[in-house]
Design a protein around this ligand. Structure first.
Ligand code: VAH
Length: 318
């Protein structure tokens, strides 16, 4: 049956580009974008849009019934750094919103996609080639939310048969919507700063490796997993996926191939550095590759060419 999809957090970093991709794949009138705020951007202008605070379960159910959706893509969440500055708000929003999405999916027999993150790992997790199944003792509220979310999605599948699916996203890099409140956001900010100032002061220390992925690969992964044959999914939720792992000096060197005078300096933010230090250096994505054919197209070199080109056009357009 053709998907009719309710997207929460549609104006966020992932949602802004995912909604446009889902329009292409499933048709504009089969995608209902929602967010807690309104906007003039193309997500709101180009197709069905509703205001939704995901902590309001009644309203979520009402919208899901109104549009007769059969799929929910639940993206609304507070990211790692913001969650550390307001842990209780993060718990209420990240967990309350997810429970509402799971309950709506259960009651209306919807498929549910919601992302986890490399933030679901902690300092005692094996850091290199982090396995699909391993120790998960995160030391951030965001990580606690992500591990709890992974377990909740497994529970709703096992107990109620809800078709839950998800991936552990690495840091996502995009030119369309600036990220907000994440730890990996430096890898987006650096491109803007390279074009606008020819230099960047990183809040993450040199030598700090984190998994990263260019947004087109993330969007393809969401659609591929949602469309995957359920009989082949052994892990279902929280698949490790990644495209590259780099540290600030390496992305700076790649940018310097295009802007030779580009310089990077450091003013480390202890909060976000501590979060980054607690996360893996690189993930093992074998399960995703074997169970639903995950494959990333962009490495650091290819991403940098595309990112600088698209950002120059965007910043020039003003
Ligand atoms: C964050 N960008 O930094 C998000 C993501 C893997 C990191 O979850 O919080």
């Amino acid at each position: 049956m053709r998907k009719k999809i309710l997207v929460t957090g549609a104006l966020g970093q992932i949602g802004t580009e995912l909604v446009m991709k889902l329009h292409d794949v499933y048709g504009t009138d089969h995608v209902i974008a929602t967010d807690i705020r309104n906007s003039e951007n193309e997500v709101v202008q180009s197709g069905p849009f509703e205001i939704l605070d995901v902590t309001d379960g009644k309203r979520m159910m009402e919208l899901a019934k109104k549009y007769q959706v059969n799929t929910i893509v639940h993206l609304a969440a507070l990211l790692s750094a913001k969650a550390e500055s307001n842990p209780l708000l993060a718990w209420n929003l990240n967990m309350g919103g997810l429970v509402n999405a799971l309950e709506t999916a259960r009651e209306l027999n919807c498929q549910l996609f919601t992302p986890s993150s490399i933030g679901a790992f902690g300092p005692t997790t094996p850091k290199n080639k982090t396995p699909q199944i391993t120790i998960q003792r995160p030391t951030t509220m965001y990580g606690v939310n992500k591990v709890s979310g992974e377990l909740l999605c497994d529970y709703y599948y096992e107990k109620f048969g809800v078709d839950t699916r998800g991936v552990r996203f690495p840091g996502l890099i995009s030119y369309a919507a600036e990220p907000g409140g994440g730890t990996t956001d430096y890898a987006v900010d650096i491109y803007y700063s390279a074009i606008e100032r020819g230099s960047y002061t990183s809040y993450i220390q040199k030598g700090t490796y984190m998994d990263m992925m260019y947004m087109p690969d993330a969007l393809n992964a969401i659609v591929a997993l949602m469309e995957a044959d359920p009989a082949k999914l052994k892990h279902r939720n929280a698949f490790n996926i990644t495209a590259m792992s780099f540290e600030p000096e390496e992305i700076a060197a790649e940018i310097r191939k295009h802007i030779p005078t580009f310089t990077i300096s450091y003013n480390v933010d202890p909060v976000r550095q501590a979060i980054a230090d607690s996360w893996p250096n690189s993930l093992d994505a074998t399960a995703a590759q074997e169970e639903w054919g995950f494959k990333a197209e962009y490495d650091l070199e290819k991403m940098t060419v595309d990112m600088l080109g698209k950002l120059r056009a965007k910043l020039l357009a003003g």
